[in-house]
Write a protein that binds this ligand. Structure first.
Ligand SMILES: C[S@@+](CC[C@H](N)C(=O)[O-])C[C@H]1O[C@@H](n2cnc3c(N)ncnc32)[C@H](O)[C@@H]1O
Length: 256
């Protein structure tokens, strides 16, 4: 006999009027990481049937946009786009709906068609979430947040490193509402970085002055960077060690 996959979350979703048991995952993610806040503009990629949209709308009360290959049945106060989130045409439609200010949050629970072949499904998931990250980078406001579902596998680490490149704070998390046998993990990226520098970048600089903490300070591509253990006027090669929303830290790798 086929196993009944409907669990307590399914029945709870039904009695709460949620369109999917997935709604609990977003509720649990948001409780822990506070990605969606009141008034936020939220874009949900891979949103059908609409459980996450219902949760996002309830929390933000602001502009909420859902995108899916499938038609999403209307939800009060939610805009929907029927289209492929990996296609430029769809991204252009989303950008128009979001407006010039950009989105505060991009969430993506999209799943590829599963074949049952673990590595094939992982590869498809990575391709989809790579598109989701590209889309998020085009539509997020500086300091905006990103949540994305990934199926575990050997490309997971490279992908989370990609997310780390664009967000200040990044965590991987499996909400309780995910099925225990499921391979899905959610990546939460907070505070979208629009800084022109990235961790690991190298530069040759002359220290211009000392900051209040005693670290040297230089401006690189218009971005203040603090360098440890240097004197004013010193000419050094540095490596960026950490990038914060408004400044970066670097270490000296060579004194010139
Ligand atoms: C697990 S469901 C999302 C459930 C949703 N979070 C909810 O709470 O109702 C995954 C969705 O991703 C969508 N999807 C997969 N690939 C997509 C793509 N390239 N563009 C848009 N949607 C896609 C599927 O059509 C499916 O509806």
């Amino acid at each position: 006999m086929a196993r009944d996959r409907r669990d307590s979350y399914y029945w709870q979703a039904k009695s709460d009027g949620h369109r999917s048991r997935a709604a609990f995952k977003l509720t649990q993610i948001n409780k822990k990481f506070e990605v969606i806040n009141e008034g936020d503009t939220v874009v949900d990629l891979g949103a059908a049937p609409g459980g996450w949209l219902q949760v996002a709308k309830k929390i933000s009360g602001g502009r909420v946009i859902g995108v899916d290959l499938q038609r999403i049945k209307p939800i009060d106060g939610v805009d929907t786009v029927k289209g492929d989130m990996t296609a430029d045409r769809t991204i252009e439609k989303i950008i128009k709906l979001v407006g010039e200010g950009g989105a505060d949050v991009v969430i993506c629970d999209a799943a590829p068609n599963l074949s049952g072949n673990w590595s094939l499904d992982h590869g498809r998931s990575i391709a989809l979430v790579t598109s989701a990250l590209e889309c998020a980078k085009k539509i997020l406001k500086p300091q905006g947040h990103f949540v994305v579902k990934v199926f575990e596998g050997d490309m997971f680490k490279d992908y989370i490193d990609e997310v780390r490149n664009s967000f200040t704070y990044v965590r991987a998390y499996t909400p309780k509402a995910s099925r225990t046998q499921s391979a899905e993990i959610y990546i939460i990226g907070k505070k979208f970085l629009t800084a022109p520098l990235r961790k690991g970048d190298k530069f040759e600089v002359t220290i211009e002055k000392l900051g209040s903490s005693g670290d040297g300070a230089v401006v690189i591509k218009g971005f203040v960077t603090f360098v440890k253990d240097v004197k004013v006027g010193e000419h050094v090669r540095i490596k960026i060690d950490d990038v914060k929303p408004n400044f970066a830290f670097a270490n000296v790798i060579e004194r010139l």
